[in-house]
Each structure stands twice: as C-alpha cells, then as structure tokens.
Design a protein around this ligand. Structure first.
Ligand code: HEC
Length: 137
C-alpha cells in the first residue's frame, strides 16, 4: 500500500487511453478483488460503469442524486457540487490531464463520493467499471 501512495506522487507519463503505472497497479489490485466477488469476472466494463455513474439513488441527504449531479453528464465540462454549489473541474482525463493520475486522490474521492450517492463504499467491480467509464471520456 505504501508503495502505491509513494508512486502516485511521482509524475509519470500517461499512455494514450491507458492508465499510468501506479493507476494500472491499482486497477490490477481491483481486478483481484473483483474476482473474489465474482469468479466469472473477466474485466471491467465502461458500459456497466456508465450505469454506475449516471443512475440515480437516494443519497446522503435523502435527495435523489447520481455522480452526474456534481460532475455533469458531459465529463468534459465543469461540474457543480450539488450540495455546496462550488465549481468542480472536468472529470474527463482528455481535457483535465490531472484526472485519474493519483491513486491516493482517486481512492479518497471514490470512497467519499460513493457514500454520497450510494450511502456505502463501492465494491471493486463498481469502482473499476466507473474508472474505465471516466477514462473513455
Ligand atoms: C456531492 C458532489 C459529488 C458527487 C455526487 C460525486 N462527486 Fe466525485 N468529486 C467531487 C469533488 C468535490 C471531488 C474533488 C474535487 C476535484 O477533484 O475537483 C471529486 C472527485 C472525484 C474523483 C477524483 C478524480 C481525480 O483523479 O482527480 C473521482 C474519480 C470521482 N470524483 C468520481 C465520482 C463518482 C464515480 C461518483 C459517483 C459514485 C462521484 N464522483 C460523485 C464531488 C462529487
């Protein structure tokens, strides 16, 4: 774990449509967990991830929200925090190259944001699927 955090601070080149090395390590770790949840698990799927990202749920404050409530349906555009109205930079790695480059940031925000929308942490399959989805944007 320490290794992931340390490596995530080191700027690394981003491969086209791929993840940098620490993020790929994190994805591989999620895949191992995913296999434990579902023995038939093969790979993460951005289509399933789209559903994770866009489907609505009764969230934190008893209101119906989805990931898009804060991050926008178009990930290349700014989002706006549903609760605080603060502006959020685009989530799309295509227009915001800092996105999905730090395991520490990604883990921290996935933990918080899944709780906002789903009232519990996402499992490895949901997390991997949604990261694949964001990474296609
Ligand atoms: C209540 C508002 C809100 C909701 C709902 C929300 N997010 Fe976020 N998200 C944020 C904020 C605020 C940040 C941190 C600020 C920033 O990075 O611009 C963030 C950051 C992130 C990051 C970090 C990306 C990076 O590499 O910098 C990811 C990934 C993410 N959110 C995914 C999700 C997913 C998946 C969902 C749905 C399960 C979701 N968010 C729902 C507000 C929200």
């Amino acid at each position: 774990m320490k290794k992931f955090i340390f490596m995530s601070l080191v700027p690394l080149s981003i491969f086209a449509n791929g993840f940098n090395v620490p993020m790929q390590d994190y994805i591989d770790q999620l895949k191992v967990e995913a296999k434990n949840i579902d023995p038939n698990f093969n790979d993460f799927d951005s289509k399933r991830g789209e559903k994770v990202f866009t489907s609505k749920h009764i969230g934190k404050k008893g209101q119906e929200i989805s990931c898009t409530s804060c991050h926008n349906i178009d990930l290349t555009q700014d989002g706006k925090n549903f609760f605080t109205n603060k502006s959020i930079k685009p989530l799309s790695p295509t227009v915001n190259q800092e996105r999905l480059t730090s395991v520490k940031e990604v883990e921290k925000w996935l933990r918080r944001n899944f709780k906002d929308v789903y009232l519990k942490e996402g499992n490895a399959i949901q997390k991997g699927d949604v990261l694949y989805y964001i990474n296609t944007k």
